[in-house]
Write a protein that binds this ligand. Structure first.
Ligand code: PLP
Length: 443
C-alpha cells in the first residue's frame, strides 16, 4: 500500500487527505488508489513474465466499472463468473477475446449471452455443463473453446476452509482422475476442449501448493497428448496472496511465487502451451481502504466498544471468513510514515494502546470488524481506516438492515473522483411494489 501514507499525522491516499474525502463524500466510503492497481498489475506481469500469460483480473474481487476500465486500459483481461460480471466486463470495454468465463453453475441465459459476445474461453466445471455449452453453441451456429476446471485434490493448509477450492471435498471442478474422457475427439460438435484450468482457492500463501497441482496437470497433459489430444491452454487460476498485515516484508512475495510457478511451467511452455492467470486480491486488496467514522464509544462487560458507521453489510470479510484487517485512525501523530510502520500485532500492548471492539450498527452479533483490537484511545467522530479492503469489500456489500451501500472513490493523479454514488433510501425500494393492489398489478 505504497500510496497510503501518513503525512503530518494524517492519512493521505495518493496525496489526498482521507479526512477531506470523508468530509466531501461522506462516511463510510471505499477509497481506491488508481496507481496501486496499475502497479500491482505491472508486478504480476513481471512476476509471470517467464510464461507471458494472459492476465485475467477476477472481476468478483472488485467489480466497479472504473476499476475494470482502468485495468483493461493497462491491457488486462477479465475473469467473470456470471452474466452480470460479463455485462460489466463488456461495458468497461474489455475485448471479448480477453474474457474467460468461470463458475460452477452457468445458466442457459448466461451461456447464450457469453457465446453471443464471443468470450475467449469457458472454464467448464462438469460434463453436464459442457453438453449445455455445446447445445447453446450449436443453436447459435458458433464454435467455442473450453478448458476443463479440474479438481486436483490439492489444498493449502493455510487457506481458510471457506475459500479453499482445490480439495476433494469441495464442489469445484471435475475430479482430475475422471476428467480425461471429456477431451475425447468428436465428443462435442461445437466445443473444442483445449484447456486445463485449476483454481485452488484464496489466498494460497505457498508456491508449493501450485506446484503440486501443476505436477498433476502436467501428467494429465502427458496422458492426453499420448492419446492424440492437443492441449493449448493451461489456466493456473488466482489466489495469489495480498498483504493483510503490517510486516514491512510481505509473507510471500508475488515475484518469488511467480518465479517458482514459471520455472515449473517451462516444460509445458517448451511444448507450445499458452498460459492464463486469474489474479483478484493480489491486484485489488491493497488498492483500497474503507473509511468509517466512530459514532459512539461505550463500555461493555469486558471491553470498550466503538460503534462505527460501517457494518457487516459494507465489509463482510471479518465475520464471514474471520479475516483480520489492519485498522488505524486516519489522523494520528505516532508511528507515522507508512501503514507497514504501524505497530505490529505483537507490539501493540507495549505501545500504550487500549483493546477495543470495533463493531457496526447492524442487529447481528457477527457485525464486527475486530474484537479486542489495540488502538489509541478513540472518541466519537474519529475517522478510522480499515486497510486492504479493495478485494471482496464493496463487491460483497449488501443492503442488509436497509442500509444503502456506501460510495466508492478513486484517487488518481492527486484527484479524488466518485466512481459509485452512495445508495439512498429510494434505491433501497427501487425494485419493490407496495402491496398487491398497486397499479402495476393485474386484477
Ligand atoms: C475468485 C476466483 C479467482 C480470484 O481469486 P483471488 O484470491 O482474488 O486471486 C480466480 N479464479 C477463480 C475461478 C475464482 O473463482
Amino acid at each position: 500500500m505504497d500510496y497510503f501514507n501518513y503525512v503530518d499525522g494524517e492519512l493521505h491516499i495518493e496525496g489526498v487527505a482521507a479526512r477531506h474525502i470523508a468530509e466531501e463524500h461522506g462516511s463510510p466510503v471505499y477509497v481506491y488508489s488508481a496507481q496501486t492497481f496499475r502497479d500491482h498489475f505491472a508486478v504480476l506481469e513481471n512476476a509471470f513474465a517467464g510464461i507471458a500469460p494472459l492476465i485475467c483480473f477476477s472481476v468478483k474481487s472488485c467489480s466497479n466499472l472504473s476499476v475494470l476500465k482502468l485495468l483493461v486500459d493497462q491491457g488486462c483481461g477479465l475473469d467473470v463468473v456470471s452474466g452480470g460480471e460479463l455485462f460489466r466486463a463488456l461495458k468497461a470495454g474489455a475485448p471479448a477475446d480477453k474474457i474467460v468465463f468461470a463458475g460452477v453453475g452457468k445458466s442457459r441465459d448466461e451461456l447464450v449471452q457469453a457465446i453471443d459476445a464471443g468470450v475467449f474461453l469457458f472454464n467448464a466445471e462438469s460434463e453436464a455443463e459442457l453438453l449445455r455449452i455445446d447445445a447453446v453453441a450449436s443453436a447459435a451456429g458458433k464454435r467455442v473453446k473450453a478448458a476443463i476446471r479440474v479438481n486436483p485434490d490439492v489444498a493449502d493448509a493455510d487457506t481458510p476452509e471457506k475459500t479453499s477450492t482445490g480439495g476433494r471435498q469441495t464442489k469445484f471442478g471435475v475430479p482430475i482422475e475422471r476428467a480425461d474422457v471429456l477431451f475425447e475427439a468428436g465428443r462435442y460438435s461445437n466445443v473444442d476442449v483445449v484447456g486445463i484450468h485449476i483454481h485452488l482457492g484464496s489466498p494460497i500463501p505457498a508456491a508449493k501448493t501450485y506446484l503440486a497441482a501443476i505436477d498433476k496437470v502436467e501428467q494429465m497433459v502427458d496422458r492426453l497428448e499420448a492419446g492424440g489430444r492437443q492441449i493449448e491452454f493451461i489456466n493456473v487460476g488466482g489466489g495469489f496472496p495480498a498483504q493483510y498485515r503490517t510486516e514491512a516484508k510481505p509473507v510471500c512475495s508475488l515475484t518469488d511465487m511467480g518465479d517458482a510457478i514459471c520455472t515449473r511451467l517451462q516444460g509445458l511452455k517448451a511444448r507450445g502451451k499458452h498460459f492464463i492467470i486469474e489474479p483478484g486480491r493480489s491486484i485489488s486488496a491493497n488498492a483500497g481502504i474503507l473509511l468509517t467514522t466512530v459514532e459512539y464509544i461505550k463500555q461493555g462487560w469486558e471491553r470498550k466498544i466503538a460503534i462505527v458507521d460501517a457494518g457487516m453489510n459494507v465489509l463482510l470479510r471479518p465475520t464471514l471468513y474471520g479475516a483480520s484487517h489492519v485498522i488505524w485512525p486516519a489522523r494520528f501523530n505516532r508511528f507515522g510514515g507508512h501503514w507497514t510502520a504501524l505497530p505490529r500485532e505483537d507490539a501493540l500492548a507495549d505501545a500504550g494502546l487500549e483493546a477495543i471492539d470495533i463493531v457496526g450498527p447492524i442487529c447481528e452479533t457477527g457485525d464486527y470488524f475486530a474484537l479486542g483490537h489495540a488502538l489509541p484511545v478513540l472518541g466519537g467522530g474519529d475517522l478510522l481506516a480499515i486497510y486492504s479492503c479493495g478485494a471482496y469489500g464493496m463487491s460483497m456489500a449488501s443492503q442488509y438492515n436497509s442500509r444503502g451501500r456506501p460510495a466508492e472513490v478513486m484517487v488518481d493523479g492527486g484527484k479524488a473522483r466518485v466512481i459509485r454514488t452512495r445508495e439512498n433510501h429510494a434505491d433501497l425500494v427501487a425494485h419493490e411494489l407496495c402491496g398487491l393492489t398497486g397499479a402495476h398489478h393485474a386484477g
